[in-house]
Write a protein that binds this ligand. Structure first.
Ligand code: CTP
Length: 449
């Protein structure tokens, strides 16, 4: 009896369709034993596939149900195919013809066969067909709004169609750059869109967000989300009463690496957290709104939301005392250091727009610490460190594009699944951030240095 011929193939197999079934049949026909590698959820997210509908268990079950797979394995890391081929003693690697040439590097280990792809069907097509496409309107046309529009293109289910700016020229110019319709009248704009992204000047967030909610639109609002605790509470309540999703656009909160830092810390790998130090410094040159007192400029309104996010996610919302130290210039804080005290821990944040400092994040615990180098808010790497350096561990992630796609994806998922709250950034955490910013703006415990 000759050696049995082992075949391996890989895929996501989301919303399993006829194309997958044909491919698996053809792959099985190439030999005697077929192994199918199904991508894990985190592997797909890591390679930028953010829209997969079925989770890994559902996808594995669907592949099993075709009856062609003799064995199903999970693909979880880059380079795994070479390991698998050797480990399972594979004779043939098979994949659809959309990949022609891409896997020739495996020829060193086994035979590589590109099988004909079934025309006219794909998971992407099925996802697009089954999902309503929402029209997003962007309020404001500044830097972050420019970065937002291309990021929506990698997330299924929504398309930016409109921009609102009371300054007609600015609205027109933004609309021209991104192929949108320009509006200067907010009520008309609200009638023409389904979802609203508020990226207007700080002092207008509350008003724009509230009017959008009153008009029945879901809202994603840039940071600083609200400048007072009561405003934040009021709008979250209004959103919930109307069955709408209101989300703070705290992009770091939704990034894969940041989420993993939080879960690692909560699972105790550095012991009890005793100190969190978060810094963020970006120099700006006048004239710019960041240095304009009348537009609520300053390091605190500009950068506190992300540093407070880190502190509050790690230590919670029951701090008992906050104080601030600021260097002022023309009525604007160009540097602020704040200390947030908890019953059993302390935290500090250092923010600069006219003072340069290292922008890293350090979380210190009773067993070790986590070090996230600058710019920690765009996390793609961090290290867990111990006294015994041989125990140190480095973690790497991808941080795709401008990083806004993760929050957009979460916002749409909340809308589709009718969720008002998200564990990545709870409403009470968002309210606590607004509360601390409000205390600062009310000059509570602020020392000018
Ligand atoms: N495949 C195929 N014919 C199709 C779709 C997929 O032969 N119409 C093959 C792919 O070439 C691959 C396997 O099925 O070998 C798994 O592909 P996967 O990426 O899961 O499927 P797609 O439908 O292409 O998914 P997406 O649209 O998310 O890229």
């Amino acid at each position: 009896m000759g050696k049995i011929v082992k075949v391996i193939t890989y895929g996501t197999y989301d919303l399993l369709h006829q194309g997958h079934i044909n491919l698996l049949r053809r792959a099985k026909e190439l030999g005697d034993y077929l192994i199918v590698g199904v991508t894990s959820d985190s592997f797909d997210r890591g390679r930028g596939k953010l829209n997969v509908r079925n989770n890994v268990l559902e996808r594995v079950e669907a592949v099993k149900a075709t009856g062609y797979a003799d064995e199903v394995i999970i693909e979880d890391y880059l380079g795994q195919k070479i390991d698998d081929i050797q480990k399972y003693d594979i004779d043939i690697f098979a994949i659809g013809s959309d990949w022609v040439g891409k896997f020739d590097y495996l020829k060193e280990y086994c035979k590589v066969v590109y099988l004909p792809r079934t025309e006219g069907i794909s998971s992407t097509m099925l996802r697009e067909e089954s999902q309503a496409t929402y029209k997003i309107g962007v309020v404001g046309s500044g830097r972050i709004a420019h970065r937002f529009v291309p990021e929506t293109k990698v997330v299924n289910g929504a398309q930016v169609t409109a921009v609102m700016n009371p300054n007609g020229e600015e609205a027109e110019s933004f609309a021209k750059t991104h192929g949108l319709t320009a509006y200067t009248d907010y009520d008309i704009f609200l009638k023409d869109v389904d979802l609203v992204y508020v990226a207007s000047p700080h002092l207008t967030h509350y008003e724009y967000a509230k009017r959008a909610l009153l008009a029945g639109k879901h809202v994603l609002c840039e940071i600083p989300f609200m400048l007072s605790k009561d405003e934040a509470i009021e709008l979250y309540k209004l959103a919930e009463e109307r069955g709408l999703v209101l989300m703070e656009a705290s992009k770091t909160a939704f990034c894969p690496a940041f989420g993993h830092i939080i879960t690692l810390v909560k699972s105790g790998i550095i012991g009890d957290v005793v100190d969190v130090k978060a810094s963020l410094s970006k120099m700006v040159a006048a004239p710019t709104r960041e240095l304009d007192k009348t537009q609520a400029g300053g390091a605190m309104t500009e950068h506190a939301p992300l540093t407070l996010l880190a502190i509050i996610k790690l230590l919670g919302t029951d701090w008992h005392d906050v104080d601030f130290h600021s260097r002022m210039e023309n009525g604007v804080d160009i540097y602020t250091k704040g200390v947030v005290n908890y019953p059993h821990a302390t935290a500090s944040f250092t923010l600069g727009i006219g003072v340069k400092t290292e922008g890293n994040l350090v979380v210190s615990g009773t067993k070790g610490y986590i070090y996230v180098p600058a710019p920690w808010w765009l996390t793609d790497f961090f290290e867990v460190r111990y006294e015994d350096q041989t125990k140190n561990k480095k973690f790497f992630y991808s941080y795709d594009g401008e990083g806004l796609r993760y929050e957009i994806q979460e916002w749409l998922s909340m809308i589709v699944n009718k969720r008002h709250s998200c564990y990545k950034l709870r409403r009470r955490e968002s309210v606590a951030i607004a509360d601390i910013i409000e205390k600062y703006r009310n000059h509570e415990k602020v020392t000018v240095i």
